[in-house]
Write a protein that binds this ligand. Structure first.
Ligand SMILES: *Cc1c(COP(=O)(O)O)cnc(C)c1O
Length: 380
């Protein structure tokens, strides 16, 4: 069993996807057309924001948000952005690539999300934003983070690359549930093929309720132009293409169904995995302690377990025909790209990176396959 078969994911809606692609091919209009408009409209409505701007990929989406805030005078070179130390490197690259300074904050070991109790001590008079990352498909937002943003006048930016469809319940009786991607001032989404909502290539989007931010992001992704051949800003070319938009519009209809299946699988793992060598972070928190997990709903982009002999467990599963992944083997502060941080220690981040193993968890898996993973992990 592959960790994730993109072929099987596509096959679930093969006819509709084929029709969508062919429709664009035969329509003869390949960029900034009707398919893009339709997807941006539908995705904004799904997430619950006023605006959605398609762009080239998830890293561009993050980067365009910071560039736009700089154009709008909300941030300038050397300003600081708080970000979890255990995120995928793209979150951090988007900050440093724009002349801003990433300030790493440790995650919690039970949720694997940024530890909101450690954020305030990292805030300085140069801090301009908190970039939360809904890592593994679980909600990293908390009312505590919201109140820090209010108190220190910070932008709250969400990296929603792994959490399409994830919901947070803000004071249940008053507001009901809200999708991640609509909880802060702006959010970046990736539609990399392996994500819960994946394209057939690169694609991304920014969502926001802020009209000025939306129009600046759109212009920056189009060479800095909001009117043909007029360029008030130095922009880049980062657009979503019509084929990807048409495919994503089809797949968006099935996102909740796919996530529900992931949740069923995850719940079986939580109930049936039983091996003292393998722990499921936050499994108790998920089901028992609402204060830990708040009221966030997990869409299980990744099902992470922790194991002291992770590499050995991975090899054992591979020998028995089960593909797994590690998200991620080397933390950002130990990467060559950030050699200036290599002598720092973030013990919780390092603990996670040394032990994390991602079990297969996606909507194409059969009950038998899930049972096979459970049986093998339990007999390790
Ligand atoms: C995938 C991912 C990105 C980058 O998305 P791309 O579309 O691959 O550029 C950013 N942040 C996180 C957390 C991701 O998982």
């Amino acid at each position: 069993m592959e960790y994730l078969s993109l072929k099987k994911v596509t096959e679930q809606h093969q006819q509709e996807i084929d029709d969508a692609v062919l429709g664009v091919v035969n329509g003869g209009w390949y960029l900034q057309g009707e398919a893009t408009k339709r997807f941006e409209h539908d995705y904004a409505q799904y997430i619950g924001t006023d605006y959605c701007i398609g762009c080239g990929n998830g890293l561009d989406a993050l980067s365009l948000i910071f560039r736009a805030y700089k154009e709008l005078g909300c941030m300038s070179d050397g300003d600081e952005v708080i970000v979890p130390a255990n995120t995928y490197i793209a979150s951090i690259l988007s900050i440093s690539a724009n002349g801003l300074k990433p300030v790493l904050v440790e995650p919690r070991l039970d949720t694997l999300e940024i530890d909101d109790a450690r954020i305030e001590e990292s805030i300085t008079d140069r801090t301009r934003a908190i970039l939360i990352v809904h890592l593994y498909g679980r909600c990293a937002y908390s009312e505590k983070i919201q109140s820090l943003c209010t108190k220190y006048h910070l932008k709250l930016i969400e990296d929603n690359a792994q959490a399409h469809g994830c919901q947070y319940t803000l004071q249940p009786s008053l507001f009901g549930a809200q999708h991640t991607g609509s909880l802060g001032h702006a959010a970046a989404h990736s539609f990399y093929p392996g994500k819960n909502l994946g394209a057939l290539g690169d694609a991304g989007a920014v969502t926001t309720d802020d009209e000025a931010l939306a129009s600046t992001v759109r212009a920056l992704g189009n060479y800095g132009s909001n009117k043909k051949y007029v360029f008030p800003m130095k922009g880049v070319n980062s657009r979503i293409d019509e084929i990807q938009a048409a495919v994503l519009d089809v797949k968006l209809k099935y996102l909740d169904t796919g996530n529900a299946r992931r949740k069923q699988i995850a719940e079986r793992y939580i109930d049936e995995l039983d091996n003292p060598k393998v722990t499921i972070p936050g499994a108790d928190g998920l089901h028992k302690a609402q204060d830990i997990y708040a009221l966030g709903d997990d869409v299980w982009h990744i099902f992470p377990v922790l194991c002291d002999s992770r590499d050995d467990l991975q090899q054992y599963l591979r020998r028995n025909g089960i593909g797994t992944m590690v998200h991620y083997p080397i933390p950002p502060h130990k990467q060559g790209a950030y050699s200036e941080w290599n002598n720092r220690t973030y013990p919780i981040t390092e603990y996670i990176h040394a032990r994390e193993l991602s079990l297969p968890c996606n909507q194409t898996m059969t009950d038998e396959e899930v049972g096979e993973v459970i049986r093998l992990v339990n007999s390790y």
